[in-house]
Design a binder for this molecule. Sequence first.
Ligand SMILES: [Fe+2]
Ligand SMILES: [Fe+2]
Length: 366
Amino acid sequence: MTSSDNQTSPKRRLLLASDRGDQSSELADILQSVGEVDTIATSDIPDAPASDLSGIVVDINLRSPESVQQVRNKLRGEAYRAMPRLFVLADALHHGTMQAWALGATDTISRPFDAEGILQRIRSAFPDSNEFDTSDRGKVLNSGVAAAHAVMVKIFEKLPAGVPLRFNDVVEAENKVLKAIKHSSLRDWLTTVGCHHTDSYRHCLFVTGFAVAFAQHLGMREDDQRRLTRAALLHDVGKAFVPVAILDKPAKLTDEEMRVIRMHPRLGYDALAAQGGFPAEMLDVVLHHHELLDGTGYPNGLRGNQISDIVRLTTIVDIHAALVEKRAYRLPFTHAKAFMIMEQMGGKLDQHLLKAFRPVVAMGSS
Ligand SMILES: [Fe+2]
Ligand SMILES: [Fe+2]
């Protein structure tokens, strides 16, 4: 139990928007143990939420365009912009995932409900009301996470569906992301984005967090901080063209699946180059972030000086993020262990840069 869950502290207030016949009563019962729950029909979602509201749980039929539209219209309002939102998916196969993330989901849960799991997610996704609504820090963090998340939706959902990604889509998110990590902390960023249940989103958001913290730690000029932020947000754009069944496979990949996944730098590069409007430097990061200084990387086996500084930086934060992320098939490495593994990679990585990265690793560990 956290202090916020006892009787003396103000409890979270949650809005449960439901279009189900049973008014989501089973879910409401579970939520009661961590907050006060107001269950309402989707048509009754207020235009402006109560000021002490911690978050909104949406349990609607995500396959119904009317329901989705109704919720979209309400949650689009400025008052809901930074409000955490948990969506209920129809089943464990995650039907409706795309709609949920397009509606700005902070996290998703699915039926059948696992009460303990849901409560954990509520505690991490929905801070206490006083913490959420009165803290500028929290708002800045949420707004940065939401901006980065919006870029992920554009990369992973819209781009494969044929909606072009514009360079400006990425640039627009930079400010908020930089501000979020500057005014809160890398640790807060990692805790918040760590709730995301889609591996690829979570990974890119982790990489972005480490990249920004690294840039800020190195005292880079703001312009350079932006370049690194957009490189991190974009680096795995090619994974949008790799089947989700492989990307989010909850087990070790087979050799054939690995071959497919290793195509992502080329696929991303081709997509952005064909579309145009992306600086050469961004294309360089997308194509080469898996190259290693000793020539053993892919896709081109580049060596040493053929690998640019921004690529070297991205590679370091990319590998570190991958090691400390939770994956369905293995436990995450601790930040210290991950750093050790990277030191042992010796001549594959820029060891000078890696040394400079060490304090950032400490900032990210809890
Ligand atoms: Fe990658
Ligand atoms: Fe990556």
